[in-house]
Design a binder for this molecule. Sequence first.
Ligand SMILES: Nc1nc2c(ncn2[C@@H]2O[C@H](COP(=O)(O)OP(=O)(O)OP(=O)(O)O)[C@@H](O)[C@H]2O)c(=O)[nH]1
Ligand SMILES: [Zn+2]
Length: 365
Amino acid sequence: MLQSWGFDPWFAAHAAEMAMEGCGFARVCAVDRGAYRILGEGGEVPAELAGRLAYHTDGPADLPCVGDWVTAQWHSDGTAAIIHRVFPRRTVLRRKTAGDGCGVQMIAANIDTAFIVQSCHYDFNPGRLERYLVMLADGGVEPVVVLTKKDLVTPDDLANLLAVVAAVTPARVIALSSVTGAGLNVLRQALAPGRTYCLLGSSGVGKTTLLNQLAGGQAGAEAPSGHAHATRADRATRAVSATGEGTHTTTRRQLTMLDGGALVVDTPGMREVGTVAAADGVDAGFADIALLAGECRYADCRHEHEAGCAVRAAVDRGELSATHYRNYLKLRKEAAFSEMSQLDRRRKDKAFGKMVKSVKKHKGY
Ligand SMILES: Nc1nc2c(ncn2[C@@H]2O[C@H](COP(=O)(O)OP(=O)(O)OP(=O)(O)O)[C@@H](O)[C@H]2O)c(=O)[nH]1
Ligand SMILES: [Zn+2]
């Protein structure tokens, strides 16, 4: 049971040092404002931190996060548990927090492989790709590049993209289309049971569509009981349920098992990695605009002259300050500029162009 959730020999080797009397091991499958859910031999239960763990840590990075293995003590009836210790982490996914400089925010632990998802069509950006690669290398996570929406570009364009990626990283690249299904099996075959994966990428590149296809679930399909099936409905809703007395919040499981036994981490924080990495925190001070952006007709709306733009509409109605809106556009431009990494500039060089060409030839694109 624990093995199927990823308790492999690496973690088993730490079992002796992590063991405590009256406790067992479990994997954290959800975290929501200090409320945890863990998966142990007896299934999934809510858990709290032991006082010692909660108050005697060096910082938030020491607290359990999704994907962590922990030592826990189950209540006598088995319906809840206390987390006492956090296993050493094989890998970490974390990002620097905006502002003070030295803070880090843990996004997930013990992810084996991260799929960096970019769209062939609109979103492809070698500078951002490079940034994800740095983040993954920093945390020891294996990168695989996934180029989505291959149906929207010509074979020639795709060959160019593949060559650029190959010039940036030796990581494996999978190009696919969720519309035609091309390449989906290649991705499926890259998933191994008991290994942990995640999808990183900006909003709109097709992560949700892809996850649903990997989960094998039809849109809104009922999950067979006992199965960690993730359906569209699952991913689209915030699992907040109202009970008789006030509001009771349940946290959706953020670590799920696909049909083939591969494990997938999908947390709200993981989704934010994309936007923050994409625009250097520009969105952080413009939460109001980010919120409105959710209502724009097009997922890739730039809020400039697009039809059905909810942001511009709010400015026109006087509900959003025009100055605030202009500041947003201005800052975003600057962020886009500073985002032009070394690599972007190099790309304009002749030498880099030559390298791309030779990679193309060599790889036979
Ligand atoms: N043409 C084409 N469109 C696609 C493909 N995959 C996804 N889309 C469309 O792209 C849009 C965004 O897809 P999502 O799966 O919601 O993107 P996401 O990355 O999950 O975005 P967030 O949920 O905002 O993080 C949707 O309209 C999809 O139908 C594809 O392979 N080809
Ligand atoms: Zn818009």
